[in-house]
Design a protein around this ligand. Structure first.
Ligand code: SF4
Ligand code: SF4
Length: 86
């Protein structure tokens, strides 16, 4: 399983979650001019499901995958694959 970042992150992206992640698996897809309508994302293969990021989000955008909604589960997974190719 993994954690997923949802729509509420778009337009905020303050990186509060990044600061507390013990394995540095939260990323921002670049370039932002092109992907400004996408949230930050959690790499599905790197996340250790510790839950530390969830309470840090000021807009309640982070959910464990079982409680997240589409299309954000798929988008986080697709962005993880893109990140692997960078
Ligand atoms: S659940 Fe833990 S490991 Fe996964 S993204 Fe959040 S802080 Fe990082
Ligand atoms: S803390 Fe929330 S709003 Fe801030 S970057 Fe992380 S997911 Fe986005």
């Amino acid at each position: 399983m993994t954690y997923v970042i949802q729509e509420a992150c778009v337009g905020v992206k303050d990186a509060a979650c990044v600061d507390v992640c013990p394995v540095d698996c939260i990323y921002e897809i670049k370039p932002q001019e092109k992907y400004k309508n996408l949230p930050m994302f959690i790499h599905e293969d790197e996340c250790i499901d510790c839950g530390a990021c969830e309470p840090e989000c000021p807009v309640d955008a982070i959910r464990v995958e079982d409680e997240a909604e589409e299309p954000w589960i798929t988008i986080n997974a697709q962005l993880s694959e893109v990140q692997d190719g960078l």
